[in-house]
Design a protein around this ligand. Sequence first.
Ligand code: BDR
Ligand code: CA
Length: 311
Amino acid sequence: TQKIIIDTDPGQDDAVAILLALASPEIEVLGLTAVAGNVPLTLTELNTRKICELAGRPDLAVHAGCDAPLSRRLITAEHVHGQTGLDGIDLPAPGMALRPQHGVDFIIETLRGEAPGTVTLVPIGPLTNIASAIARAPDIIPRIQRIVLMGGAYFEVGNVTPAAEFNIFVDPEAAQQVFQAGIPLVMMPLDVTHEAMTSRVWVEAMRALPNRCGPAVASWTDFFERYDREKYGSQGAPLHDPCAIAWLLRPDLFQGRQINVEIETEGRFTTGMTVADWWRVTDRPANALFIRHVDRDGLFDLLTERIARLP
Ligand code: BDR
Ligand code: CA
């Protein structure tokens, strides 16, 4: 099995990503760390616990991490995800407690405790917790197997500014530290996640599942879709974050290139841009597998089959 830590800011698409991981026997979730992003930390950690309980996993370790970016004011996305961050369905207050340890310390301690090269980090929110962990404990860097993250955009440009994707834009300094750390990186930019659009047929199939998680996914997707429909006139909701988990399960569904990606931290118009050398026009060394396409049907079949296994 593949051991992972999920670093998250739920977020309806984060929720689907977490459910996909918890439904998959190939993956062992060592713990989840919440970060401020789509909504403030008090809500992202609460939402993470609600999702674990929905999946029937109150035993999981959920830790709260950083409540603000490294050096900027927090920008949130209630306009996309609703006031709770997880609008669409009312989940009960979780019975499971938040673990007292700070999320950054949990990441450091877990990486030090497990065999080197056996733990993958899956950040699906701003990279503040991950950057804080590697800055505070550089000895963990060679112990990280790889980082599979959702963030960035290049050909598909931005969703929060014309040049930047939300997760990178919220904390570009953190992203820069992570991209420059020499850790093997796989990135799921908007280029691929905008291919991961839900269809009406798929949402209704989720709603019809004879469990509680399927209908929850349908309700979240309905809410999340509203924003994209009003904003872009598009059909369906992009399931950004589940792409990161899906890559661990079925890398054959994805296509990308090993290239150099730099993070713009000082641009007048382009702060948070992931400058991707797709055509290899510089001699800057490759530091990321930039994923550009996904087999959409394969992805949604995988999601259906896995969500059906949950309570
Ligand atoms: C990313 O930002 C958040 O709104 C989503 O959860 C996803 O992680 C997409 O830009
Ligand atoms: Ca997210």
